[in-house]
Design a protein around this ligand. Structure first.
Ligand code: FES
Ligand code: FES
Length: 158
């Protein structure tokens, strides 16, 4: 076992983990944070995407032990987040989810797009979403939802 110390959703966490435990399994099974979904478990589908030190990260590929000292944010941590609130509203308005399985990962990537690429056009949004697969909706609604948030923030930068 490895002694792990990191920050999860703003809270300092100390735990013992097996060297091969993935970050996703650590969060779901040891921290009770089941909002992070697992699909392929091999880095392809993006369902497990969350934020590590503010970067979208596939948590099925990262070992928990490799996150020593880092700050992890899961979908459970965004209740007070302005951008996530805009994205949630836009995803609903644009029918950007159906079963919702991909949605936590989609939202993690979408939030990163809004922060990092405020001038992104639809082609760039699609490029950035290439690592997140949705088997229900297609991508039109998802791209429109992110576009809606980018447009709103450009119109009202405050
Ligand atoms: Fe991690 Fe598919 S479950 S990329
Ligand atoms: Fe079902 Fe995306 S909404 S997989």
């Amino acid at each position: 076992m490895i002694a792990l110390s990191l920050v999860v959703n703003g809270r300092a966490v100390r735990a013992q983990v097996e060297p091969r435990t993935s970050l996703a399994d650590f969060l779901r099974e040891q921290q009770g944070l089941t909002g992070t979904n697992l699909g392929c478990e091999q880095g392809v589908c993006g369902a497990c995407t969350l934020s590590v030190d503010e970067a979208p990260t596939r948590s099925c590929l990262v070992r928990a032990a490799a996150c020593q000292g880092q700050s992890v944010r899961t979908i459970e941590s965004y209740d007070q987040d302005e951008i996530m609130a805009q994205l949630r509203q836009a995803f609903s308005a644009e029918h950007a989810l159906q079963c919702g399985y991909c949605t936590p990962g989609m939202l993690a990537t979408a939030r990163d797009i809004v922060i990092r690429l405020p001038q992104a056009d639809d082609a760039r949004i699609r490029l950035e979403l290439a690592g997140n697969l949705c088997r229900c909706t297609g991508y039109v609604g998802i791209v429109r939802a992110i576009r809606r948030v980018l447009d709103a923030r450009r119109a009202d930068p405050a």
